[in-house]
Ligand binder design. Structure first.
Ligand code: AOF
Ligand code: ZN
Length: 368
C-alpha cells in the first residue's frame, strides 16, 4: 500500500472538521486522526460546544493503540480548563509520541501553551501542516477570539448590470434556486443575520435558514436595524417565532413601541446618544452577546454604512446574467460613496464559482 504523508492525514482531519460547519459555534471546527504504524486507529471531530474536543473522541476510539502513535489535529490542542479539560493532558496520558498540528490556537487562553505543554512532556510536535487551509476554515473563530467582535460577511445578489431590484422595487428573484440554496447554507452557518427596517417594510422576509424548504434546526438570530422603530407589528420576523429577533434602535423610538415589541418576544436594544445605530457599537454589543458571525443581507443603505465604517471582513456576491437597467434602480452599496477610483477598497483572496448556467458567485476579503 502507498505510504500516506502528514499532509494526507491532515487533509482527512480537515475534511472531518469541515463537515461540522454550522454546529460548533462559538467553538472552532476541529478534526483529529490517530495513526499507529501506518494504520488509522482513531478519528474524531469536535461536534458541539460543551462536548468533547476532537482529540478526545479520536483518542477514545484508539484506546490502547494510542501508545506510541501520531495524532494529527487541525488546531493546536488546548491547554486550559474550559468546559472540558486540556487536550494536551489527554494526549500525554494516552501515550502519544508525536503531534502534528495545522494551525496554532489564537485563543488567548491557549496561544502556544498547548504546544509547549506537549513538548515539555517529551512529545515530538510538528506545526504548520496545511496551516493556511486550517486558518481559512476557522476564519470566524480566529477573528472572534482575537477581537471579540463578530466576523462580518456581506452577501449581495445583483443583476449583471449591478442592480438589487428594479426601478419599481421588484427583487424576486434575481438569482436562481441553486444560488439561493447556497445563501441558506450561509445563513445556517451564521450566528446572526442582519437587515435594515426598510428591507422588512419592502419584503417582509422570514430571514430563516431553510434547506429544501425546511427550516434548519439551528436558526441564526435575526437582527433588525430600526432607529425609530418603524417595524410593523405584523412583520413575519415578529410573528413567526421561528428564530429570535433582536431590534437595535435609538432613543428616537417610542418607549411604548419598545414595550409592545418586547411583549411580542423580540429583544429591543437601545443605543444611547445617537440618531442612528452606529456600526462599531453594534458589533461590540453583538460580540458581548456571543454572536461570533454576522451575515449582512442589506439593503443598499445598511450595506453602505458597513462599508463606510470599514466593518466588513468578507464579501459574498452573487451575479445573475440578466439586465434590468434604470438609473434609479438600487445597487448593493448605497451611502455617499467615494469620489476617486484610486481610493476604492480592493478585495484579496478572491474565489469565483459558476453556480448555474446564469449565476456566478465572487467572494473576497476587503483589504482595508
Ligand atoms: C482543541 N480541540 O476540538 C477544540 C478546541 O469550552 P471548551 O472547553 O470547549 O474550550 C473551547 C476552546 O478550546 C476554544 O475557544 C478553542 O480555543 C479550543 N477548541 N481545542 O484542542 C478541539 N474545539
Ligand atoms: Zn481541547
Amino acid at each position: 500500500m502507498m505510504k500516506l504523508t502528514d499532509r494526507d492525514y491532515m487533509t482527512l482531519a480537515l475534511q472531518m472538521a469541515r463537515a461540522t460547519a454550522g454546529q460548533t459555534s462559538p467553538n472552532p471546527m476541529v478534526g483529529a486522526v490517530v495513526v499507529n504504524e501506518g494504520a488509522i486507529v482513531g478519528i474524531g471531530a469536535h461536534l458541539k460546544a460543551g462536548e468533547p474536543h476532537a482529540e478526545v473522541h479520536a483518542l477514545r476510539m484508539a484506546g490502547e493503540r494510542a501508545k506510541g502513535a501520531t495524532i494529527y489535529v487541525t488546531l493546536e490542542p488546548c491547554s486550559h480548563y474550559g468546559r472540558t479539560p486540556p487536550c494536551a493532558i489527554a494526549i500525554r496520558e494516552a501515550g502519544i509520541a508525536r503531534v502534528v498540528i495545522a494551525a496554532q490556537d489564537p485563543n488567548p487562553l491557549v496561544a502556544g501553551r498547548g504546544i509547549s505543554m506537549l513538548r515539555e512532556a517529551g512529545i515530538e510536535v510538528d506545526t504548520g501542516v496545511l496551516a493556511a487551509e486550517a486558518e481559512k476554515l476557522n476564519e470566524i473563530f480566529f477573528h472572534f477570539v482575537q477581537t471579540r467582535k463578530p466576523f462580518v460577511t456581506i452577501k449581495t445578489a445583483s443583476t449583471l448590470d449591478g442592480k438589487i431590484a428594479t426601478v419599481a422595487g421588484h427583487s424576486k428573484w434575481i438569482t436562481g434556486k441553486e444560488a439561493r440554496q447556497q445563501v441558506h447554507k450561509l445563513r445556517q452557518q451564521s450566528d446572526a443575520i442582519l437587515v435594515g427596517v426598510n428591507t422588512v417594510l419592502a419584503d417582509d422576509p422570514a430571514l430563516t435558514a431553510r434547506i429544501d424548504d425546511q427550516e434548519t434546526k439551528r436558526q441564526p438570530v435575526r437582527i433588525i436595524l430600526d432607529s425609530s422603530l418603524r417595524i410593523p407589528p405584523n412583520a413575519r420576523v415578529l410573528t413567526d417565532r421561528l428564530a429570535e429577533t433582536w431590534i437595535y434602535t435609538t432613543e428616537r423610538s417610542s418607549p411604548e413601541k419598545r414595550a409592545a415589541l418586547e411583549q411580542m418576544g423580540a429583544k429591543v436594544l437601545v443605543m444611547e446618544g445617537t440618531a442612528s445605530v452606529p456600526i462599531g457599537g453594534l458589533l461590540t454589543s453583538l460580540g458581548e452577546r456571543g454572536i461570533t458571525s454576522l451575515l449582512v443581507e442589506g439593503g443598499s443603505a445598511v450595506n453602505g454604512s458597513f462599508l463606510q465604517a470599514r466593518a466588513i471582513n468578507k464579501i459574498v456576491s452573487y451575479f445573475s446574467c440578466k439586465l434590468v437597467g434604470g438609473a434609479d434602480a438600487p445597487t448593493p452599496f448605497g451611502g455617499s460613496g467615494l469620489a476617486v477610483m484610486n481610493q476604492a477598497v480592493e478585495l484579496k483572496g478572491i474565489r469565483m464559482e459558476q453556480i448555474s448556467p446564469t449565476d456566478f458567485c465572487i467572494e473576497g476579503y476587503p483589504d482595508w
